[in-house]
Design a protein around this ligand. Sequence first.
Ligand SMILES: N[C@@H](CCC(=O)N[C@@H](CS)C(=O)NCC(=O)O)C(=O)O
Length: 203
Amino acid sequence: MITIYGSPKSSAGRCFWCLEEAGIDYTTKSIDFSAGEHKSEAFLKINRNGKVPALTDGDFTIWESLAINNYIADAYKPELLGTTAQERGLVSQWSIWSVADLQVPMIQAFIQLVFVPEPRRDAEVIKKAFEKIPGMLNTLEAELEGKDYLVSNTFTLADLNTSFVVSICDDIKFDLSEYSNINQWRNRIAERAGSKRYKALCK
Ligand SMILES: N[C@@H](CCC(=O)N[C@@H](CS)C(=O)NCC(=O)O)C(=O)O
């Protein structure tokens, strides 16, 4: 049996979504941060970094959300990884880019706008983060010109992982209205059964 540790509304969300896309049974274990459960002896045996998400599949344990998604796809729905070496390379490319580059300013803005109370927010951090986002969204917008999906015009982890990061724009109220290709791509992805099941978990 598979167990996912974390909440669908955290960085574990991309793993919940991947599990829904794979259509497999799993159980959920939420971790109570306020009670320090992520640093408990029991949880540190699952992930010695004391972070969610982590996933167990029988005796096997894995942490780090992109690695978890690669594992789920490889084990249960390989087409999500691409079907050739080149496609798999491009799926990795977009997945890593989304987390290593695009997510960085988005999370900086998210922390300020969602977690920090308004009087204590650092306007300079928010401004600098917002300045970095458009260039990367332009890259994504250009890539999606004339395409339904990022790699081989089929839904893959490239779309799941990248659109998961783009969705942070909703939380930080970053205006996406001028990015028509990105908006159409997000709408297309939102129509997927796996995507709808994941969204329902976040309510
Ligand atoms: N790179 C990790 C990030 C994991 C991460 O930072 N998780 C946060 C929750 S969204 C966490 O567990 N934080 C607890 C802590 O840092 O003590 C991944 O994508 O899995």
